[in-house]
Write a protein that binds this ligand. Sequence first.
Ligand SMILES: Nc1ncnc2c1ncn2[C@@H]1O[C@H](COP(=O)(O)OP(=O)(O)OP(=O)(O)O)[C@@H](O)[C@H]1O
Ligand SMILES: [Mg+2]
Length: 258
Amino acid sequence: MARKTEDGHEQLGALIPKEQLEQLQRQANIGAVASSVAHEFNNILMTILNFAKIGARSKDPEVVNRSFDKILSASRRAAKITTGVLALAKNRSALKETSDVASLIEEVLSVVEKDLVKHRVHLKCEFGSRPTAEVVPSQIEQVLLNLIINARQAMDRGGDMTISLRHNQRSDMVEIAIKDSGVGIPPDQLQKIFEPFFSTKDGPDETGRGGSGLGLSICREIIERHHGRIRVESRVGRGTTFTLKLPRVAVDNGAQAA
Ligand SMILES: Nc1ncnc2c1ncn2[C@@H]1O[C@H](COP(=O)(O)OP(=O)(O)OP(=O)(O)O)[C@@H](O)[C@H]1O
Ligand SMILES: [Mg+2]
């Protein structure tokens, strides 16, 4: 069921400033993975509680040490997840920074990986190198989360997702590709998917199926603001690949934000 409400967009656009729409969309993204994050947090807390009890009861120094190790690594994992969630949810500074693009992907994955497991999505990362780009980190993370959630939603019964990263030497661009083995996009819809409010989803529900239809339009705006490109290739029944291209910036050349 495809719908497109240009009028709705104009009305909403007049009522809500663009930055706020972007912020709302960012929070909706977090909403889509919130239950998996809460569940994972609970698992981590249980681990910490259990090993705290074991350690406190034992007189054997080896058991006590092992318990502390388990508590330490569980706490570190919890801290990583909270940092990731906060980074994605907060409206942080809009200043560009020279950023390690692989780290941005990893931060998003630390939030979303349990959600992918829950939906039987098998994730593979292929990082050819770790290029840097001059970007607003929270905005690029928002784009990545959008594309990852879209890919997951396209694979109703699970499937394969590959995230690859490379530095294209010829164009000197950083290229991130997010490939899924989902339903694909019919050719007549390919031009429409970047339009605000175009969605084939039935609306938000407890399984996080989307969708306001704002995701890709905001992705495109953010990428254009970064002088980059967003491209899509898709085959119905086979899957879809979204490719982001961002101008690369060397770490040590002292380039400043535009
Ligand atoms: N990886 C994908 N595979 C198949 N179809 C996709 C994929 N990504 C996007 N689409 C199609 O493009 C449409 C628009 O995507 P967009 O992210 O803008 O909105 P949404 O996902 O429907 O809603 P929202 O992101 O606001 O929750 C989707 O409804 C879907 O039809
Ligand atoms: Mg979406």
